[in-house]
Ligand binder design. Structure first.
Ligand code: CMP
Length: 142
């Protein structure tokens, strides 16, 4: 694998989802990620659509809307897209930028390998997913 600059690795290390990940794991994550900057009021994922990429917020702010209702605001360090990534089901919500936003977009097949080899990352994804599923369940049963 090509050498990855020190600053790039440090940039990834600062993201809470990836804290404690081994150097090898970080290299895998860096190789599976693309960083993009988008203008405000752009949909990054849309409810009901298919897609399995995982997004990690680097900078900016985005809102999560489900069934027309805002359910959360995401900022630097937050991630989204894990539900469709894990289940293969359609996106459960629309995520729209509220400011100019930089996100890391992670390739699903490569990120599968990261989760297999880095249990901390898989656990962090599961913990967040469990919280979000609880919110979704509440909105269905009430
Ligand atoms: P996914 O269903 O793949 O695409 C939409 C994403 O919005 C979803 O994954 C979660 O990452 C995110 N999401 C859904 N519900 C919530 C919530 N209640 N709070 C924060 N994020 C959410």
């Amino acid at each position: 694998m090509a050498r990855i600059p020190r600053q790039v690795l440090e940039h990834f290390e600062r993201i809470p989802l990836f804290s404690g990940v081994s150097k090898k794991g970080l290299r895998m994550i860096v190789a599976s990620a693309d960083e993009i900057t988008v203008r405000k009021e752009k949909d990054l994922v849309r409810e009901g659509e298919h897609g399995r990429h995982l997004y990690v917020m680097v900078d900016g702010r985005a809102r999560v809307v489900r069934g027309g209702h805002p359910v959360a605001t995401l900022g630097p360090g937050d991630f989204f897209g894990e539900l469709a990534l894990i289940s293969g089901a359609p996106r459960t919500a629309t995520v729209t930028t509220e400011t100019e936003t930089t996100v890391m977009v992670l390739d699903p097949r490569r990120f599968d390998v990261v989760m297999e080899e880095e249990p901390r990352v898989a656990k962090a994804v599961m913990a967040t997913m469990a919280d979000r599923l609880r919110v979704i369940e509440r909105s269905i049963t009430h």
